[in-house]
Design a protein around this ligand. Structure first.
Ligand SMILES: Nc1ncnc2c1ncn2[C@@H]1O[C@H](COP(=O)(O)OP(=O)(O)OP(=O)(O)O)[C@@H](O)[C@H]1O
Length: 305
């Protein structure tokens, strides 16, 4: 039995007893580091993290199969990320781009995020050049199309979005070795979009659904965001932030973790203001890093009570 090493994948050396050291191959790719980062940087999202691990495992095995000259299904790598705004789709897409790059599926590994306005022109003749320019920039990486369903406007016969979809389809089919497309947006809207565009749907191999966060997960996310910026929330502050989150979740334009990031930014501003206005004394480091309950309670969400 011969164990195939890094360099010796010559056809004559391969027989059915050939061993591939999967651990070694895995280590070489450094994928584990990306998966660890994903685990560390993102609170919750267990089903998403598991899906990404599964996809990574499948892609690794496919690469090994190629090395052993085994037929490979080559299902294509285009993906669909569904979920509400602020549930981590863009963040996970960046990690997916890293994984695809480390495995050698894409040359450059960058992520280009676009929406309808980047692809579709307002006048006749403007859409094709716009879409092609974006595709050119995305080549060798991942093209992330946020709220992809806005590309398709069934009520408007003369909408240029369908022109962009046609070009996209061709590239997704013909240049799939050089570009991975991730279509993202709300789950129900994406499903309707796929029903109206079966050509696109059939080219998507992996669907990943991002659940909304619970209030407790959002609190954890908020605390982590503060810690990343060397701030600390008092125990009373944590209670108030949880209450803030519960109220914010019922408000219009709630965007999961993004709304929390915005709330944290405003709390930091109020903290700075509080310190500034009260200061004719010497400040300690603790003063500078502590966010108090009142920095959150001054939000307009608490004003009516
Ligand atoms: N699970 C999480 N843990 C920590 N931070 C998170 C988590 N999910 C999202 N975030 C943070 O929330 C912000 C929004 O996330 P992201 O942009 O990835 O969401 P999205 O689903 O792509 O939203 P949209 O589609 O509206 O752009 C980012 O700052 C990200 O770091």
């Amino acid at each position: 039995m011969n164990v195939i090493t890094e360099t010796e994948y010559k056809e004559e050396n391969i027989n059915e007893n050939t061993l591939v050291n999967i651990q070694e191959e895995y280590k070489k790719t450094k994928i584990q580091e990306v998966l660890n980062q994903l685990d560390k940087e993102l609170i919750g999202l267990t089903p998403v993290k598991n899906r990404i691990k599964e996809i990574a495992a499948l892609l690794l095995i496919d690469k090994l199969r190629i090395k052993l000259n085994l037929p490979q299904a080559n299902p294509g790598l285009h993906m669909s990320f569904t979920g509400s705004p602020g549930t981590g789709k863009t963040t996970v897409a960046t990690k997916m781009a890293d994984i695809l790059y480390l495995l050698g599926y894409i040359r450059k590994g960058h992520l280009l995020t676009v929406t309808r306005d980047d692809l579709v022109g307002q006048y006749i003749g403007h859409t094709a050049p716009k879409t092609k320019e974006v595709l050119k920039r995305a080549m060798g990486g991942v093209l992330f199309i946020d709220e992809a369903y806005y590309l398709y406007k069934p009520d408007n016969e003369r909408d240029y979005g369908s022109e962009a979809i046609e070009i996209l389809l061709q590239v997704m089919e013909n240049q799939r070795n050089d570009l991975v497309v991730i279509l993202a947006g709300y789950k129900d809207k994406m499903e309707r979009f796929y029903q109206s565009n079966p050509g696109l749907s059939s080219r998507i191999t992996n669907h990943v659904d991002f659940p909304d966060y619970t209030a407790e997960e959002l609190l954890e996310i908020g605390i982590m965001m503060l810690e990343e910026q060397q701030y600390q929330l008092t125990e009373e502050g944590k209670k108030v932030l949880l209450e803030y989150i519960k109220r914010r979740m019922t408000q219009p334009h709630f965007a999961n973790a993004r709304s929390i990031r915005n709330a944290i930014d405003r709390a930091r501003m109020r903290q700075a203001n509080r310190i500034f206005n009260s200061s004719n004394r010497v400040l300690t480091k603790k003063d500078l890093v502590t966010i108090e309950a009142e920095d959150i309670l001054k939000s307009s969400l608490f004003m009516d009570k």
